[in-house]
Design a binder for this molecule. Structure first.
Ligand code: ADP
Ligand code: MG
Length: 339
């Protein structure tokens, strides 16, 4: 019998990896936004067409890439963010797997323009289904612009699985809001089919919240802060009368990464006990800071779950932080002395 095992060609390996990293336009947007933040951008512009199905473009004014790095960035496991395994435990960046751009470029037509401040000319690269189609010097602003066109153009089964434009748009907006909320010091804009959806100036968290959710939130935000040796909680919770019947405006960030946690959501709603109906969902944007050695950030790029060493303590601190915030701002049921 002859030997039959072969290494997969890169294009196929990338396409398989893409299945994990890129499920829909919103997952590509998330990766591009995180790269822009990692690159130290202070202004990030997002443009999408047809809910990201034909175009997702992210333009940043971050540090840009050299010609060689621009080319390398599309290789699988190519990253500037870690060099040795210990780096995994001290990560300060979103990215480190070096998979996102390779995966996106395996299933889309990607055009990157990038320039570093110290270079007069930048680089234009076009990659289509992992194949480099064009590479040439261009003049460009400092920073990076990446356009992802016709996502899944070469994977019809996946393209057909994309949901309706409103559903895909909802996912895009969600990813955008998560990143924009966790970096109020960065300016963001978001355009869909040439219409302005968001225009967020750099500022404080409270300004960012009203920038995203509307001016009506201005008087509704109660600051929340608690400092314990294990855990710092900071952010805003909404007044009880601002609570809604539907979920969707609840945000937890752990060490600035968005996470979902029903357990912690319960800790917050528990703190509202007696202040609103049991089926109501309060607004909140809460940032938890925990020593990374006490959490297991599920390091898969698309996962938003997290495991804490000591869940109960965290629950108790979050609940007490919210309770105190509501109490300190006199958001307590009015006592009826008329009897
Ligand atoms: P990761 O973010 O995990 O390192 P990516 O595939 O997302 O992997 O990106 C690969 C590399 O390309 C990054 O490590 C970074 O050096 C570079 N890069 C990607 N996007 C940008 C950007 N917007 N600005 C500057 N460099 C970038
Ligand atoms: Mg990345």
């Amino acid at each position: 019998m002859s030997d039959i095992i072969q290494l997969l060609p890169d294009a196929i390996a990338n396409q398989i990896a893409a299945g994990e990293v890129v499920q829909r336009p919103a997952s590509a947007l998330k990766e591009l936004l995180e790269n822009a933040v990692d690159a130290g951008a202070t202004q990030i512009h997002v443009l999408v067409k047809d809910s990201g199905k034909t175009l997702i473009q992210v333009i940043d004014n971050g540090k840009g890439m050299s010609l060689t790095d621009a080319r390398m960035s599309f290789e699988r496991h190519a990253t500037s963010k870690i060099k040795k395994s210990q780096d995994l435990f001290t990560l300060r960046t979103f990215g480190f797997r070096g998979e996102a751009l390779a995966s996106i470029a395996a299933v889309a037509q990607v055009e990157m323009k990038t320039r570093q401040d110290e270079h007069e000319l930048g680089t234009l690269i076009q990659v289509e289904g992992s194949e480099v189609k064009k590479q040439e010097p261009i003049s460009a602003a400092t920073g990076t612009s990446i356009s992802v066109k016709n996502l899944f153009f070469n994977v019809p089964a996946r393209r057909n699985f994309l949901k309706s434009n409103p559903v895909e748009m909802k996912h895009l907006v969600e990813e955008f809001q998560r990143v924009a909320l966790s970096y109020p010091e960065i300016g963001f804009s978001f355009m869909q089919n040439d219409m302005d959806l968001f225009n967020l100036v750099p500022g404080k968290l409270s300004q960012r919240i009203t920038g995203i959710f509307g001016k009506s939130y201005q008087g509704q935000l109660v600051p929340c802060e608690e400092d314990t040796p294990h855990l710092i909680v900071k952010g805003y919770v909404g007044k009880p009368e601002n609570a809604r019947k539907t979920r969707g405006e609840q945000f937890f960030f752990v060490n600035n990464r968005f996470i979902k946690s029903n357990y912690l959501h319960h800790a917050v709603t528990h703190a509202y006990e007696g202040l609103m109906g049991g089926d109501m969902q309060p607004f909140y944007v809460l940032f938890l800071e925990i020593d990374p050695s006490h959490i297991d950030i599920n390091v898969h790029p698309t996962k938003t779950e997290i495991k804490f060493d000591d869940e109960r303590t965290i629950y108790a601190v979050v609940r007490s932080a919210v309770k105190q915030a509501l109490g300190a701002h006199n958001v307590v049921p009015a006592l009826d002395f008329s009897l």
